[in-house]
Design a binder for this molecule. Structure first.
Ligand SMILES: [Zn+2]
Length: 440
């Protein structure tokens, strides 16, 4: 892709700050991690809730969360033991079908309440008073309203739009052996689509599926129609000097850091038109426009740089990188809803050796899987709320000697799901690293 192409492309893409860090549901009370023992469990029924009191001989960190389909409440108490069979003394009732307990991480206690319906769990700790010692109180409140009719929305996949650069009457750059950029980008796009679709929680969509011409604007519209969470545009670089080589990644830039932008902004009379030419904001106030523009782009650029950084980190293992950092180029035209986007120059098609690589199926596969790893790593941290990748049952702190297989078995989850949820590859587990246990 030549510089003007790139600028045009970046100008027509914009992204959004819509990605939020996922939250683990539940309530937690933080106290010091002191080993404790459960001495008794008592149950009492109240009008709108059932109360369980765990008598402890010390204070303990705990977390509590509810899960649906089937309905259950999970209580985790850190560094705590409970005599075997103690849960059996709690009578089953119309709400609690059964109670199970187990040891997690060799030292923590997990208690699972299997329930007949969805509840709102609450918990709090009581300090010793009178004859009572430390108590952990769990209240299972009836949900108000239409509990029975609430259908649990299934967790959606994150959607990655893959844009194969050029196409049809626009061949893009051409290598010395006659390779057209448009062919290479489509081949890599298809491999990337396949790779991404093999990952749990991710779905890839191709902006173009064949050799056809598409306007930049139509590409953006299509990504938006797919409700893409991310867009990756694939290209191959070219430069007059055939020695130029390596991969580079571009994200949008709108601030003064880009000399080009600065120059444009300096040309006062045209700056606004150039920046806002495509924007249909229902305000006339120039300052408001600029603030809105700035706000909506800042988050997107951060996300785009973050995505770009993850992909670049993985590409390094496959190909030399032309520029070590994600490059920021051009300025974007605000389009809502925006999609964090990166433009990837896979290699220099103008470099004979890289041209040969770009044509090779095995090299294309390597590029595709490096991109997939980068995308996966990004979404393991920043998956949008409501997606499977953002969901997790609990967090687990990796111990010395742990393996993905062992952790998956311990939590009875699929190994590949565990990797997908955490962006794990090979044996890159580190002791002390906190990983999310996916909802099975
Ligand atoms: Zn290109």
């Amino acid at each position: 892709m030549i510089e003007t192409d790139r600028r045009k492309f970046l100008k027509s893409i914009a992204g959004l700050s819509g990605l939020a860090v996922s939250a683990v549901p539940g309530l937690a009370s933080a106290r010091g991690p002191v080993a404790a023992q459960v001495q008794d469990i008592r149950l009492s029924k109240n009008k709108n809730y059932i109360r369980l009191v765990f008598d402890l001989d010390g204070i303990a960190d705990h977390s509590l969360f509810a899960l649906q389909a089937p309905n259950r409440v999970v209580l985790d108490i850190k560094n705590t033991k409970m005599p075997h069979g103690m849960v059996d003394q709690v009578q089953a009732n119309s709400l609690i079908r059964s109670i199970r307990s187990g040891v997690r991480n060799d030292k923590d206690l997990r208690v699972v309440f299997d329930l007949s319906k969805d509840v709102s769990p609450r918990s709090f700790l009581l300090a010793p008073s009178g004859k009572s010692g430390h108590r952990l109180v769990i209240d299972l409140h009836n949900k108000k309203g239409r509990t029975a009719t609430i259908k649990k929305a299934s967790k959606r996949d994150v959607i990655i739009a893959i844009d194969a650069g050029h196409g049809g009457r626009d061949p893009g750059a051409t290598g010395r052996s006659g390779t057209h950029e448009k062919i290479i980008t489509l081949q890599i796009a298809k491999r990337l689509e396949k790779n991404i679709n093999q990952q749990r929680g991710m779905k890839a969509v191709l902006i173009r599926k064949n050799d056809r011409y598409m306007r930049l604007r139509d590409r953006i519209t299509k990504a938006r129609d797919y409700r893409a969470d991310m867009m990756i545009s694939l290209h191959a670089d070219s430069f007059p000097d055939p020695r130029a080589r390596g991969s580079s990644i571009y994200a949008l830039s709108v601030d003064g850091a880009s000399s080009e932008t600065a120059r444009m902004l300096a040309e006062k009379e045209n700056a606004a038109d150039i920046l806002f030419g495509d924007v249909n904001l229902a305000v006339d106030d120039q300052m408001v426009k600029e603030v809105l523009f700035d706000l909506s782009l800042t988050g997107t650029i951060e996300s785009s740089l973050d995505i770009g950084g993850e992909i670049l980190g993985q590409l390094k293992t496959v190909n030399r990188v032309h520029k070590k950092k994600v490059q920021q180029a051009g300025f974007a035209v605000l389009k809502a809803p925006n999609i964090p986007s990166v433009l990837l120059e896979t290699a220099f098609i103008s470099n004979p050796r890289e041209e040969k690589n770009l044509r090779s199926a095995s090299h294309q596969k390597k590029i595709a899987s490096a991109i997939t790893r980068g995308v996966s790593k990004y979404f393991s941290r920043k998956a949008p709320p409501g997606t499977w990748l953002a969901s997790s049952e609990c967090e687990y702190s990796v111990c010395d000697g742990d393996s993905v297989a062992a952790i998956a078995e311990k939590h009875q989850v699929n190994e590949s799901d565990l990797c997908a949820r955490n962006g794990l590859y090979a044996d890159n587990l580190l002791a002390g690293q906190v990983i999310k246990i996916p909802v099975s």
